[in-house]
Design a protein around this ligand. Structure first.
Ligand SMILES: [Zn+2]
Length: 315
């Protein structure tokens, strides 16, 4: 049974709430066998690269993930073979066009860009956001320079982020990412705290409206976002914690497949950590079932059912 102290905190006096909108960031074809156990090996699904966006007090705007580049030639050479296996790729509307559809200009109306992680289908075209501050998870800059298990450095863009405008959150307590702090990376001054059943969260604006959640395993620095929508409703944006909502619901398990080098792998760079993160999210949802809507990045089913909630619509 959920104890009262594990519930999400009630609103404070003058609580700030946020609006969250889904943003189209392109579509990618993902072979289902790489993501869930028990899939039809021939079936494919097209996933939504989710890029929900919220404003705080109608003023500060965050774009969470930038989706797919509209100019595929801008991907690193080491990505091109991988991209050829993910066709068809639909890269418009991208996040820039999706914002324009709702009357916002990416070049001046976005205060923060946060990347759940820096895989190719989440990184978009940072140059579209010349006035935004970029905030990423700990160890992200090290990863794009040096690579990660299953994701060599050649798969990352050479200039993936505007370094003069990019900060990393500090490493969560106990995280191995403390060893990955780049000399060039600036850390934000945030501190990690517990919220509900989540051990490592950051109160981004300091007013209890937007929390960053440490969600390790998929790729170094992977993070989720929790937003307070109203006195009783929250949204949990799960990024690539998994690629099929049936893993969160417990109906499916993470696929393990041949890595092409005599071993096995999964879509996550650290499978045990990714499993811990899924268990963490499942527990958080269980305890706060009535209050939390969870959304993962590649969820075509959610997108089909929720077209009215894409920007300028909202959750
Ligand atoms: Zn990913």
């Amino acid at each position: 049974m959920a104890s009262a102290d594990k519930q999400l905190p009630p609103p404070k006096k003058d609580q700030v709430y946020v609006d969250v909108s889904a943003l189209n960031g392109g579509w990618v074809t993902l072979p289902e066998k790489l993501f869930v156990v028990g899939a039809d090996p021939d079936s494919t699904k097209t996933g939504k690269s989710s890029h929900p966006k919220q404003g705080s007090g109608g003023r500060e705007r965050i774009v969470f993930d930038l989706g797919i580049k509209r100019d595929m030639s801008q991907y690193a050479d080491g990505m091109q073979d991988h991209l050829s296996k993910r066709q068809p790729i639909i890269n418009l509307p991208d996040t820039k066009a999706s914002l324009e559809n709702g009357g916002l200009d990416s070049t001046k109306d976005v205060d923060f860009v946060m990347l759940s992680h820096t895989h190719w289908d989440h990184i978009g075209m940072p140059a579209d956001y010349p006035n935004a501050k970029f905030v990423v998870g700990s160890g992200t800059l090290h990863t794009v320079t040096n690579g990660a298990p299953h994701y060599p450095a050649s798969m990352f863009d050479k200039d993936p982020l505007p370094l003069d405008r990019t900060t990393e959150f500090p490493p969560a307590p106990g995280s191995a990412s403390k060893d990955l702090a780049c000399a060039e990376s600036q850390q934000t001054s945030h501190t990690w705290q517990q919220i509900s059943t989540i051990n490592h969260a950051i109160d981004f604006f300091g007013d209890g409206s937007v929390y960053i959640v440490d969600a390790p395993g998929h790729l170094q620095g992977h993070m989720n976002l929790l937003a307070r929508l109203s006195s009783e409703k929250w949204a949990y944006l799960g990024g690539d914690c998994c690629h099929d909502s049936r893993i969160i619901t417990g109906e499916k398990e993470i696929a393990i497949y041949d890595d092409g080098h005599g071993g096995t792998r999964s879509v996550h760079s650290n499978l045990p950590l990714a499993k811990d993160t899924i268990a963490m999210i499942q527990e958080f949802i269980r305890v706060n079932e009535e209050k939390v809507e969870w959304i993962i990045a590649h969820d075509k089913g959610w997108a089909e059912k929720n077209q009215s909630r894409f920007f300028p619509g909202k959750l």
